[in-house]
Design a protein around this ligand. Structure first.
Ligand code: ATP
Ligand code: MG
Length: 728
């Protein structure tokens, strides 16, 4: 019974409808951003269920992120209401592979050992730690042959479904001749640990399907319809996985956009799109051309940019949407000015100051960064002005372990009765205080009816403890007492005090001595934390502020700005999108720029295309003339992608009046110059060669960082205003 009037089919255009209604046989839906590929895919699932072509459990739908899977589930539930019970198998390649593997773990093994269904999944840190052990067991020089590099090689092999046995000879001899052997040793070790890494999830599934046709048949029969979103980013292993499962019935529908292939660096192969028609003969290829997401300006800017890529299938996109605002472009003095400006813009949106795009909720706004280290400037700024935000795909700044530890120190110093803070840091760094010692402190504190810190004092005085633990505890308690007194002393600068607390307590040293790869990043975060303190009068004020902001975020209905990486934003859409950090070296990133040929650069350009096409109503691109990278300030040039934007769809904004005029030739780069001729790279070069710019750079380097966080004086004398690094 075909229900032609099904409400969920209404409103689809003819091509979308074809994609939804061509249920049997292979279908490839190849179309540009925002043309409704994901919507067609979701509707297709609803349609399959409504027509009774399959029960929910017989449908397999693969999405690129867990978030996308969740959203698709919600959509289907909305389309169908309560009609259907159960849900399709809907998730990422990895999450579905885990479910399959848990059922057949015992089929994965090396003859002696096999996996158990309870296997654990190692993260990258575990993986690297394990490889380190194996490398040093072979007496290889770990400096010359770092574990990370081996991890990268192994990931690459797994993405291509190459087990140690299948490794081509040349590759087995990589890593100073040890590649193949270490790979084998690593796989054996994982089995002993009853563990797998991410790459194994797919590879184990594929090898198991190949070795056990009966098991494969079982899964082929179960999944009668297979659907794949973001198909352009599948790698070889994922492709093999799909082909094996779809081979029997061939009811597979893949949707993708070659212009949005952004995971080549992780082994994704756009070629899979081209191979589809060969591997699934008779495949119907459907194209969509109408974009339903963005204004004509946004669409034209994105199309203009991507047209600089050579290797494209090529497609036309059009929209019926009303004209909107041009894509905005703005240059800033440094990354913090950029964050500050974006913060102000968002506050202005909130206040309803923008008639052209209507009222915007914070949930409608996203900041999409090229590299996650860019996030900190925004988090810092938003924290300071109390603008709620969420970081998608990672912990928020103030939720990170090292930040929570440091904050616990500050809390204890400010309020010595804060027992939770005491418990968090009493043995961080390790002070040789075991569970027993801590219990003693707890008991004594309870008996005396005093906070733990006071209890610890009693424990010391009454000699309940001995040895190293005792002297460490004595130092700790004395330290807190000293810092507490300093915090009360008006003459003491709280920023310096914070630094001292972290140093004298041994907390900073703990991370300095930590050899794990994330330690440098944590130290950077701690520096960033101390810097954030400058905005406040004292420790107490800072703590209150953070507590308030953090607390408000617990609420369900809270509106928040989203901050995420461009990679993480694939498939998503937001009315208002900010795209900061469009600078050569950051975006496109340095690696792509150094590479021979244009492969890496084209992938970066596709990433830029993904970024712009996330926006529905307003996209704002920005760049900064100075950025702190790995703890050092560096000057930077606007991204070459800025030059590639079609000028007729771009409006160049002049940075706020704070910069206007007086900065002279050097600042022209950020404003007037870009405004009159943003395509003239020679003009940029002129600016950089100008004596004014050089003088500013020299002084900025001298002072290491642009400082002066607090002064918001705009009406100061010009001479004072233009001092280097003064970030009004
Ligand atoms: P991307 O390439 O970015 O993943 P996409 O092709 O998957 O994009 P969708 O996310 O499915 O595009 O759709 C983009 C937007 O257009 C969504 O808000 C969707 O609801 C809307 N849309 C899609 N098709 C239609 C239609 N026929 N009528 C109205 N709105 C539509
Ligand atoms: Mg999509």
């Amino acid at each position: 019974m075909v229900n032609r009037s099904a409400p969920y089919l209404e409103g689809l255009n003819a091509a979308q409808r074809a994609a939804v209604e061509t249920l049997d046989g292979p279908v490839l839906l190849l179309a540009g951003a925002g043309t409704g590929k994901t919507r067609a895919l979701t509707t297709r699932i609803a349609h399959l269920l409504m027509l009774g072509k399959a029960r929910p459990g017989q449908i397999l739908a693969v999405t690129f992120t867990n978030k996308a899977a969740r959203e698709m589930k919600e959509r289907i539930a909305r389309l169908l209401g309560e009609v259907v019970e159960g849900m399709p198998w809907l998730g990422t390649f990895h999450s579905i592979s885990v479910k399959i593997l848990r059922r057949h773990a015992e089929l994965i093994g090396n003859g002696e050992l096999h996996l158990k269904p309870s296997f654990t999944i190692l993260d990258t840190d575990d993986q690297v730690r394990l490889l380190k052990q194996l490398i040093s067991a072979e007496n290889l020089d770990e400096k010359r042959w770092p574990a990370r590099q081996l991890a990268h090689l192994i990931d690459g092999w797994k993405n291509r479904c190459l087990t140690p046995a299948k490794l081509p000879k040349g590759e087995a001899m990589s890593f100073d001749g040890w590649g193949g052997r270490l790979y084998q040793a690593y796989q054996d070790r994982l089995l002993t640990l009853n563990a797998v890494d991410f790459g194994d999830l797919l590879m184990h599934c594929v090898t198991m399907f190949q070795a056990h046709p009966d098991v494969l048949k079982q899964w082929q029969e179960r999944f009668r319809y297979i659907l794949v979103d973001e198909y352009q980013d599948t790698n070889v292993a994922q492709y093999m996985w799909l082909r094996l499962l779809a081979q029997a019935h061939q009811n597979i529908c893949c949707v993708g956009d070659d212009d949005q292939s952004i995971y080549g660096w992780r082994g994704a192969e756009v070629g899979n799109i081209l191979r589809f028609e060969k591997d699934f003969p008779g495949a119907q290829v459907i194209r969509l051309e109408q974009n339903y997401r963005s204004t004509p300006e946004i669409l034209s800017a994105a199309s203009g940019l991507i047209s600089a890529n050579a290797g494209r299938l090529g497609k036309t996109l059009w929209t019926e949407a009303e004209p909107g605002e041009k894509v905005r472009l703005i240059g800033h003095w440094d990354s913090e000015a950029e964050a500050r400006w974006i913060g102000e813009e968002i506050e202005a949106f909130q206040g309803g100051h923008r008639a052209a795009i209507g009222r915007v909720s914070l949930n409608d706004i996203a900041i999409l960064v090229r590299a996650s280290h860019q996030m900190r400037a925004f988090e810092d700024r938003f924290m300071t002005i109390g603008l709620p935000y969420r970081v998608i795909g990672g912990p928020r700044f103030y939720e990170r372990q090292e930040i929570r530890d440091a904050m616990a120190y500050f809390r204890l110093v400010v309020s010595p009765a804060d027992d939770l803070a005491f418990e968090r840091i009493i043995n961080t760094p390790k002070r040789g205080l075991g569970d027993k010692a801590l219990q003693t402190i707890q008991t004594v504190a309870r008996q005396n009816g005093v906070p733990l810190l006071e209890g610890a004092r009693v424990v010391i005085e009454e000699g309940h403890l001995g040895g190293k633990g005792l002297s460490n505890l004595r130092d700790f308690v004395a330290g807190v007492g000293r810092w507490h007194a300093d915090a009360l002393d008006d003459r003491e600068n709280h920023v310096g005090l914070a630094e001292r607390i972290l140093d004298e307590s041994g907390y900073t040293a703990m991370w300095q001595n930590d050899k794990s790869p994330d330690a440098p990043g944590r130290l950077d975060n701690l520096k960033e934390l101390v810097k954030a303190l400058e905005e406040f009068d004292n420790l107490q004020g800072f703590l209150e502020h953070v507590a308030l902001v953090m607390d408000r975020d617990e609420g369900e209905a809270a509106e928040e700005v989203s901050i995420m990486t461009l990679h993480g934003a694939k498939g998503l859409e937001f009315p208002v999108v900010f795209l900061p950090g469009w600078e050569d070296g950051l975006f496109p990133n340095q690696r792509a720029m150094d590479e021979n040929g244009t492969k890496g650069l084209e992938e970066e350009r596709r990433l830029a295309y993904v970024g712009i096409t996330r926006a529905e109503r307003l996209a704002t691109i920005s760049f900064a003339g100075n950025r702190r990278l790995y703890g050092q300030w560096q000057s930077s040039m606007p991204s070459r992608f800025v030059d590639e934007l079609p000028p007729e769809h771009v409006e160049v904004l002049t940075p706020p009046g704070l910069y206007g005029g007086g900065y002279g030739a050097a600042m022209a780069f950020a404003g007037a110059n870009a405004g009159t001729d943003m395509h003239n790279r020679a003009a940029h070069a002129d600016v950089y060669n100008s004596p004014g710019w050089k003088r500013m750079q020299a002084r900025a380097t001298e002072r290491k960082a642009p400082v002066q966080r607090k002064s918001i004086t705009i009406d100061a004398e010009p001479a004072a205003r233009f001092a280097v690094g003064d970030r009004v």
